[in-house]
Design a protein around this ligand. Structure first.
Ligand code: PLP
Length: 380
């Protein structure tokens, strides 16, 4: 049996997304910047996709910019947000994705900003009181806090953070790569200045993404070149990616609560069966709490085991199960997870992030837990 439980890394494309993209690979190949009919028909399709994304998020089409993915969208929002608005201080957390952390570190190394990292407790939670203190000390800062952590599934309340940011004149960006297509975003009511998406996290194509920037917080472009994306991103558009991400988001919104219910049931079943099968199992961050974590992610911390030490992912792979790393270790061949390290996770325990999609089944969960039970049976 082959089981794919690495959906936070990327997801399988939905057939309906592929069908929507196909005509733009075969027939509609004009350059959207060309003014002839071949170009115009593609331009129309891009603008239709932008309108669709904007409608779903309750934003204006002029606030949506298509990018090559979440990483580029994060880089654009952070680097250009800082530059355009003359920002001198940035506040973030040590468990952000590297698309945010490394970008802000480079801004700090260049001397453009001073970087402030919030503390996290052993569950990966931040303290909004500390955020408020920093915002009071450094008004008009940039705040970048992800909506859901890709490794441990911790959720941040964007509404609360946004209100704090707004009260202190801050530019608020959130990495929403793991929540886009999984939760509703109503950008008219959410006090946020920039958020991002990567299409391949919700059954769209890889290399597709978008950036939302609130109308009254406009930023400079990150990629200079032609006038594409209303001068915000030079370069001929990834037309099939744009068609694909918009279609994937449309499908996600069609039955979001149905998908959520299905995936939550899988996660709940995983938690209950592994607790019954592997003594000493724990869950990293908030991921073991069904109602307080991203429903697609479960980060399992397994008891120290000689047979599996450093080999767990490999052993699962041999059984046909694809999960993802890793341990908290910072030496040796694996770099380890900066998120688990920030949580002071015991490096003797191996951890696996299992992440689910609407395409997974209960049988796949049962098979995975059974294999984990076998792998850990030797120790009991
Ligand atoms: C939280 C988060 N941010 C950013 C990214 C990067 O997105 P992309 O692969 O679309 O560049 C990822 C992907 O793993 C992610 O999980």
């Amino acid at each position: 049996m082959k089981v794919y439980l690495d959906n936070a890394a990327t997801t399988a494309m939905d057939d309906r997304v592929i069908e929507a993209m196909l005509p733009f690979m075969k027939n509609h190949y004009g350059n959207p910047s060309s003014v002839h009919s071949h170009g115009r028909e593609v331009r129309t399709a891009i603008e239709r996709s932008r309108k669709k994304v904007a409608e779903l998020l309750n934003a204006s089409p002029s606030e949506i910019f298509f990018t090559s993915g979440g990483t580029e969208a994060d880089n654009t929002a952070l680097v250009c947000g800082i530059e355009t608005h003359g920002i001198k201080h940035a506040i973030t957390s040590p468990i952000e994705h590297h698309a945010v952390l490394h970008t802000l570190e480079v801004c700090a190394q260049k001397g453009n900003i001073q970087l402030h990292l919030l503390d996290v407790n052993e569950k990966g939670e931040i303290d909004l009181g500390q955020l408020e203190e920093l915002l009071k000390t450094y008004p008009n800062a940039l705040v970048s806090l992800m909506q859901a952590n890709n490794e441990i599934g911790n959720l941040n309340d964007l509404n609360q953070i946004g209100q704090l940011a707004q009260a202190h004149g801050a530019f608020f960006h959130s990495d929403t790569v793991q929540t886009m297509g999984h939760y509703v975003h109503d950008l008219k009511s959410l006090p946020i200045d920039a958020l991002v998406a990567g299409g391949h996290k919700f059954h769209g194509p890889k290399g597709s993404g978008f950036l939302y920037v609130r109308k009254d917080k406009k930023i400079h472009p990150f990629i200079h070149g032609g006038a594409q994306e209303r001068n915000m991103r030079g370069g001929t558009e990834n037309v099939i990616g744009i068609i694909g991400i918009a279609k994937a988001l449309e499908i996600a919104y069609e039955d979001m609560s149905g998908h959520e219910a299905h995936i939550k049931a899988l996660k709940k079943h995983f938690i209950e069966s592994i607790k019954a099968s592997v003594p000493g199992v724990e869950f990293n961050g908030m991921s073991g709490d069904i109602d307080q974590s991203l429903y697609t992610v479960l980060n399992v911390s397994l008891p120290p085991s000689e047979a599996n030490a450093g080999m767990l992912l490999f052993n699962l792979d041999l059984a046909g199960i694809s999960g993802s790393g890793g341990s908290a270790c910072s030496s040796g061949a694996t770099v380890g997870s900066h998120v688990l390290r920030a949580l002071n996770h015991n490096p003797e325990r191996d951890s696996v992030r299992f992440s689910f999609s609407r395409f997974n089944t209960i049988e796949e969960i049962d098979y995975t837990v059974e294999k984990l039970k076998e792998l850990y049976a030797v120790e009991v």
